[in-house]
Ligand binder design. Sequence first.
Ligand code: SER
Length: 327
Amino acid sequence: MQRSKPRILVTGAVGQIGSELTPALRERYGHNNVVAAGHKTKPSAALRDSGPFEFIDVTQRETIEAVVDKYDIDTICHLAAILSAVGEQHPQLAWNVNMNGLYNILEVARERELARVFCPSSIAAFGPETPRDNTPQETVLLPRTMYGVTKVAGELLCNYYFCRFGLDVRGVRYPGIISSETPPGGGTTDYAVEIFYEAIKYKRYNCFLKEDTVLPMMYMPDCIKATIGLMEADLSSLTRHADYNLAAFSFSPSELVAEIKEHIPDLACSYNPDFRQQIADSWPRSIDDSAARRDWGWKPQYSLAAMVADMLEKLGRKHAEGKLQST
Ligand code: SER
C-alpha cells in the first residue's frame, strides 16, 4: 500500500549519492519519512540530525528487516554497493554486497509487499562489444568487471521481481556522477571529482586515465532530479524497469582540464593510467537515453561548463573556510 507520502529507507546514505539524495528526499517528503542507513562510515552531523539514521549491513537480511519494520517503510532506495575499481580489487566482496545485498532488499520488499524499490544500475553494465557511441537502450551487455556483472545480474533480478511478483522495482544506468558534497569511493569515474579538489588545493593533478578517455558523466543535481523523477513516474508510462539508460554530457580528462583552466589557468595535469584505464576502455563514450526522455520526461539541466563553474564555486568556498576534505 502506498501512502500520500512515502516512507523511504535509503541504504548507502553516507555514500556519494546517498548523502545528497537523502536530504533532497527529506525536503520533499518530510524529514521523519526518510530513514538514512549507513554501513560503517559515520554519518555527517547534517545527515544524522536531519532525520532518522540507522546502521544496516545489507548482506545480513535481519538488519534490513529490523529497520523496515521499525519505521514502517514502504519504499527502499537501495544505493549501497561496491563500485568498479574496488570491485576489481575485491571481486568476492563486490559479489556479496552487490548481489546478496540486492537479493535481501528485494526479498524484504516482496515479503512485506512494499510499494516501490529503486536500485541503480550503471554504465558499467556495458562491455567492450557494446557500441560505444550513443549506446542504445537495448544492446550487448557483456561487462568485464565484477561490478558490471553484478549490475547486469541486478537489472535482470529486478526485472524478474517485477514480472514474477509484481514488485515495482525501478532503476537507471547512472553515468559517472560528479558532486561537491561527498567524494565518491572506489569508482573509475572518480577522477572527475578528485581533479577539482587537487586543482583548488595544489593547481595540479595526476590523472589515472589517459587524456582522451571519453566517458558519460552527470552532475549531482541532475542525478537527484533523474532519481526522483523516475521514482514518482506513473507506472503505466514506464516501458522498462531497472535499466533505463541515462545521460547528461560526456568528456575526456583533457576536455575537463580545459574547462577548469577557464577558471584556474595555471592548472597542470599529468596522465599516468593505471588498472582503471582498462575498465574505462570497456565502457561507452556516450549514451542514448531517449527511452527515459520519452517515458518519464527526463532531461538534464547542467552542461559541462555549468557543472565546472558550480563545482569550483562550492568547493572553493569550502576551501576558503578550511573545510575541504581530501578525496
Ligand atoms: N561511477 C561508477 C564507477 O566508476 C560507475 O557506475 O565505478
